[in-house]
Design a protein around this ligand. Structure first.
Ligand SMILES: [Zn+2]
Ligand SMILES: [Zn+2]
Length: 304
């Protein structure tokens, strides 16, 4: 276990890749979510609007993103929030197809190299009128990042494990935030096992499209590993795709009872000697009005 200067445990290496799946065909893993990410969208391509032409596939004579995406099925586009009016259109967005088969259709039209997909979009003539000059048609590449929904869950059974290690036990469960889009349940399970100890399952939390929301729930195999993770409070992950600190929280249920009374708990103390949830009054009783620096209250994190 490596600790950097501020005592945050560090994991560094190549992000563990899932073992090759038997369902893999043509380099494509699956099944995919109907929601996907597009990056590097060229500025020549306007957002586009929903019009009849999109559904009748009438040639509009110019290129826009929505029209091009509808080659593969009906969809909506979600742009990130921008800084007020007049700001530049972002170069990335999420696309939500009505049917996950459209994701596969789009991926089939992409070139595929080193686990990355590139969609070649032809920018048509009339999009490119600059002054009086008409530029010839040209092709731009957009990166397509699909999400494989089997990457949402990873269950690890050790020899002699019975079903009880897999039951949802909140006293062995942590919650991780700010996950990178490349992090699968399998990668996270391996990293957490390396750093804190054996993990029984990891679930990447998702929206209704089974697409990650950036948080994960981790169930440790035993309470020692759980205590190590919770009392450390964070993990620094440094890999080929990103390097960042991830906060670790105990999984506080809604309506969790206070350790000392029957009120509902709102604070958790992650100090090794406490590791308990308390209501406000009992927190003060236990810690005093001005708690020691290493007994700071943390509040509940919701699942999403
Ligand atoms: Zn209480
Ligand atoms: Zn405490």
């Amino acid at each position: 276990l490596l600790l950097n200067a501020d005592q945050t445990p560090t994991w560094s290496g190549t992000l563990p890749q899932n073992p090759p799946s038997t369902s893999s065909a043509n380099g494509m893993q699956g099944p995919f979510s109907q929601k996907l990410f597009l990056g590097g969208i060229p500025y020549e391509l306007s957002e586009g609007r929903v019009t009849e032409q999109i559904f009748t596939r009438e040639n509009k004579g110019h290129s826009d993103l929505l029209y091009e995406l509808h080659n593969f099925g009906r969809c909506t586009v979600r742009w990130p929030k921008t800084e007020g009016a007049g700001s530049v259109r972002p170069g990335f967005c999420h696309v939500i197809y009505q049917d996950a088969r459209s994701t596969v259709e789009l991926l089939r039209r992409c070139t595929h190299q080193n686990q990355e997909y590139f969609w070649h979009v032809q920018i048509r003539r009339s999009s490119l009128v600059v002054g009086n000059k008409i530029k010839p048609n040209h092709v731009k590449m957009i990166q397509v990042v699909p999400w494989c929904i089997t990457d949402n869950l990873c269950v690890i059974r050790y020899p002699n494990d019975d079903d009880s290690v897999l039951t949802k036990d909140w006293s062995r469960t942590i919650f991780l935030s700010a996950l990178h889009g490349k992090m699968t349940a399998y990668s996270l399970a391996l990293i957490m096992t390396d750093v804190f100890g054996a993990v029984s399952f990891v679930q990447i939390n998702t929206d209704k499209f089974l697409y990650p929301t950036g948080t994960a729930t981790v169930l440790f195999r035993d309470s020692h590993s759980y205590i190590r993770a919770v009392s450390t409070g964070s993990i620094y992950i440094k890999c080929d795709y990103f390097q960042k600190i991830h906060e670790i929280y105990p999984y506080l249920r809604e309506n969790e009872e206070c350790f000392s009374c029957s009120n509902s708990a709102i604070y958790f103390c992650r100090n090794n000697h406490c590791l308990r949830s308390y209501c406000k009054q009992c927190w003060i009783k236990k810690h005093g009005l001005r708690p020691l620096v290493d007994h700071q209250p943390i509040t509940r994190k919701q699942k999403k």
